[in-house]
Design a protein around this ligand. Structure first.
Ligand code: PGA
Ligand code: ZN
Length: 413
């Protein structure tokens, strides 16, 4: 039974406040903290910020206060009743987007409750959430080169990721990824100078580049120099296209493009590089353009992030329209663990690939690592193999793989 719930303001990796929640039960304890985006989708659940003089308005003391209100209701609940607890908070809030309590307050409690229940049940979190069938380790999709809103360069595309699909184990995938990351750093220093290995929000390098192909060529050189082939390591892109859309056209490589021209541009890239996935290729409400690209590039995973915002209603619309074949799952876009699990289930039942994802501002919380194993996710997207808040997630997966031993399996895509 839940004895106490306590929240506090802590700092995230961008230096902004965020919510941390402790759940204390008779024989268990759970602590979780909430991430935050920079290229956030318009349709995401509401992140409650104080808007006063502290921290440039970004304080979260109101959300912390709302956790106290939630605590008054939830004390005495069985912490294993995850869904009932989440639904109780959603009812208390009463809005579609958690605008009253704040998605940061609700999600903090939701994740901490799950961790307390796992501790109470004496199970690792992935096993508690996923049952006996959680044994697959996801492919890490490592963001090694940053552009867009996450870096101070001129690249339109936000994320250039490497995906070591040819590894035998998760540990080997991390080794391949880190070796390639370092080969990339070395190449960038040689060709662009020492400042080119300064990093963006998610630990990827942020060199002064202007063109997408320049970044992709650098990745190909790094993969080759690290001793891997384009069969062993694939490339993933997150365009985060809402950020370079002006309401009519897209600006890429310094040129204005229509959605049709941008479609042709992506097709060209896929024909020239070993690209396995493209996330948010168009702005967040362009279901039609997504549909065209998905049918054009049927062997590529077209992933909806800002398009779906982990919201079952929007995912349903995407399924009906064939707008994508991959879901980016961000728990704080929807604001509770139960709803995020519903979103994942809906997507995977309809043949979508599942990418469990961090946000550009993170904490040392590793809930998403366990969630990825619990859900049997295809990939986990949690930044470069650098910066503590990113490696915390990858390191947790290394521990899970070790614990699973022979029962563990690196996922085959
Ligand atoms: P965000 O970026 O956390 O800043 O939204 C991550 C992404 O777009 O996938
Ligand atoms: Zn994205």
């Amino acid at each position: 039974l839940i004895r106490n719930i306590k929240a506090r303001e802590i700092l995230d990796s961008r230096g902004n406040p965020t919510v941390e929640v402790d759940v204390i039960t008779a024989n268990g304890f759970g602590r979780a903290s909430v991430p935050s985006g920079a290229s956030t989708g318009t349709h995401e659940a509401l992140e409650l910020r104080d808007g006063d003089a502290r921290y440039n308005g970004k304080g979260v003391l109101k959300a912390v206060e709302n956790v106290s209100r939630i605590a008054e209701v939830l004390v005495g609940y069985d912490c294993r009743m995850q869904r009932e607890i989440d639904m109780t908070m959603i009812e208390m809030d009463g809005t579609d987007n958690k605008a009253v309590l704040g998605a940061n307050a609700v999600l903090g409690v939701s994740m901490a409750v799950a961790k307390a229940a796992a501790s109470e049940s004496k199970l690792p979190l992935y096993r508690y959430l996923g049952g006996a069938n959680s044994f697959t380790l996801p492919v890490p999709t490592l963001n090694v080169l940053n552009g867009g809103k996450h870096a101070g360069n001129d690249l339109a595309i936000q994320e250039f990721m490497i995906q070591p699909v040819g590894a035998e184990t998760f540990a080997e995938a991390m080794q391949m990824g880190a070796e390639t990351y370092h080969a990339l750093g070395k190449y960038l220093t040689e060709s662009y100078g020492a400042s080119s290995t300064n990093v963006g929000y998610e630990g990827g390098y942020a060199p002064k580049m202007e063109k997408t192909t320049e970044a992709l060529d650098a990745l190909m050189i790094a993969i080759d120099r690290a001793g891997y082939s384009d069969e062993e390591i694939k490339i993933g892109l997150d365009a985060a296209a809402s950020e370079f859309y002006d309401g009519e056209n897209y600006t890429v490589d310094g040129e204005l493009m229509t959605a049709e021209e941008l479609t042709a541009y992506y097709v060209d890239l896929v024909n020239s590089y070993p690209i396995l996935s493209i996330e948010d290729p168009f702005y967040e409400d362009s279901f039609d353009d997504f549909e065209n690209l998905t049918s054009e590039l049927w062997e590529t995973i077209i992933v909806g992030d800002d398009l779906f915002v982990t919201n079952p209603e929007r995912i349903e619309r995407g399924i009906v329209k064939n707008a994508a074949n991959g879901l980016l799952l961000k728990v704080n876009q929807i604001g509770s663990l139960s709803e995020a699990i519903d979103a994942a289930t809906l997507a995977t039942r309809n043949g979508f690939s599942l990418f469990v994802s961090h946000r550009s501002a993170e904490t040392e919380d590793t809930t998403i690592s366990d969630l990825a194993v619990a859900l049997g996710a295809d990939m986990i997207k949690t930044g470069a193999p650098a910066r503590g808040e990113r490696t915390a997630k990858y390191n947790q997966l290394l521990r899970i793989e070790e614990e699973l031993g022979d029962a563990g399996e690196y996922i085959r895509l």
